[in-house]
Write a protein that binds this ligand. Structure first.
Ligand code: COA
Length: 179
């Protein structure tokens, strides 16, 4: 099944997992590490047609790979059963960031599973990670006309800057204090 189908995923298609009852751990946000086979799945997730069009930018696989191997970056995913339902990439160090800032570079939730709290859960995980890095501010950029502005506001962010991309798209920088 692909995201294009927009159908909720089945609980499990693996014969080994068919009889297994879900445990709490299935519902936890997890981290992609360098050995994980989740990197390819997360790449496919972020680059699925609908999510790619909503994010307005292309996610290169190398960018995800770097986030998986660097200890100042993290890739999170939410996959309670056999399909990724949400993903997030957060950076704590970068030449584009000030010392006190961490940045959520990417966040998306499967279209059929929105408004269930998955996005907020991913953001919480990113904030927890940024606190370990002693960051005091989380930032995120969003297209000014995207409905995701409402998501950031609901997650405690407010607009601190406005700019135009080279392509002429109006953007907001959203920010939230995290300590
Ligand atoms: C933005 C996105 C990640 C939100 O994920 P989600 O799992 O639906 O969000 P949640 O269910 O955790 O919602 C958290 C809060 O944000 C609000 N919210 C979520 N999406 C919203 C939207 N489009 N407009 C207004 N508010 C929204 C929810 O109502 C909720 O508020 P509440 O707790 O006060 O009820 C998801 O819609 C998405 O993947 N969009 C496409 C990709 C995208 O735009 N990413 C952000 C780019 S900057």
């Amino acid at each position: 099944m692909t995201l294009v189908d927009q159908q909720p995923p089945t609980k499990s298609s693996s014969p080994n997992e068919e009889d297994r009852h879900p445990t709490l751990s299935d519902f936890l946000v997890k981290t992609v590490d360098k050995e994980s086979d989740r990197l390819g799945q997360l790449n496919d997730f972020f680059n699925s047609p609908q999510i790619k069009s909503e994010l307005h930018w292309f996610t290169h696989r190398d960018t995800l790979e770097r986030a998986a191997v660097r200890n100042d970056r993290k890739l999170y995913y939410y996959r309670p059963f056999d399909e990724i339902l949400g993903g997030l990439m957060v950076w704590c160090e970068s030449r584009v960031l000030e010392d006190h800032q961490a940045q959520i570079r990417l966040v998306a939730v499967h279209p059929a599973y929105r408004e269930y709290g998955i996005g907020r859960y991913l953001v919480k995980s990113a904030i927890k990670f940024a606190k370990v890095w002693e960051k005091s501010t989380m930032i995120a950029d969003v297209a000014a006309d995207a409905s995701a502005v409402g998501f950031w506001k609901a997650c405690g962010f407010h607009q601190v800057d406005q700019y135009q991309t080279k392509g002429g798209r109006e953007m907001y920088q959203m920010q939230r204090r995290i300590n």
